[in-house]
Ligand binder design. Sequence first.
Ligand code: ZN
Length: 256
Amino acid sequence: MSDKTRVTVWNENWHEKHNEAVKKVYPTGIHNTIAKGLSQAADLEVRTATLDQPEHGLTAEVLAKTDVLTWWGHCKHGDVSDAVVDRVQKRVLEGMGLIVLHSGHYSKIFRRLMGTNCSLKWREAGEKERLWNIEPGHPITAGLGEYFELPNTEMYGERFDIPTPDKLIFISWFEGGEVFRSGCCWERGHGRVFYFRPGHETYPIYYNADVIRVLTNASRWAKPRVMLADNCPNSKPIEVIKDRSAEFGIAGIIQK
Ligand code: ZN
C-alpha cells in the first residue's frame, strides 16, 4: 500500500450529459467535482472512473490500485454489469473501503453488501437539511461542529431499509419534518463501508466545504488496514489430537 490513500471516484455520469439543469450545476460531471474537492487533501491520490468506460472504468488493474472507492449512481444502476459488481464486492471483502453516495442507496453493489432492499422515502422540493453530528469523536466527523446545514436538498426519509449500522454518524432533519440516518458505517469482511446521504444532482452539494470534509475524512477512515484474499483451507491441528475421523467418515471437499 502506498503512503497516500488512493481514492477512485466512480460516477454513472448520465444526468450531467442529458439534463440541462444538472449540466449547469456539474458541467464537468459530479465525479470531477468530488475529485477536485478530495484532491485538496495532500494525503489523498484521486482518480475517476465512469460507467461508459470499458468495464465501467473498474478493471482489476484499477481496483488493485484503489484503497477507497466512492460510488455515485442513480438512473443507471441496472446498467452496471454483475461481473463488475462481483469484482468490487470481492475487493471490499478483502479490505478496500467503499463510500456510497446519495442515490447509490439503490446501487447493485450497496444492496449486495447490505442484503436488504435499501429503500427509503424521497421528495424533491429544494428544502433545508440539517445533519446532526452524533459521533463527535469519530474520525469521519473530525473538524465538524454539532451540526451542519444544506440550504437546498432532496429529502430522504425513514424508514431506510438497511441493516442497523455498526455506527451511526449523522442523523438528518428536513424542513418538511422527516428524519433520516444520513451517515452510516458498516464492516463487510475486512472492508469498511460508509453511506453518506447528501448529493442530489440538481443541487451544488459536492461544492459544499462540510460535505467535502466528510468525504475526505471518510476516505481516510475507510482506507484498508489489511488486504486479505479469501480462502477456506483444510487445516492441520496445532496441538496433538486423536484423529477420530475413521469412526465417522469424512464428508470431503467444500464446493465453491
Ligand atoms: Zn437524488
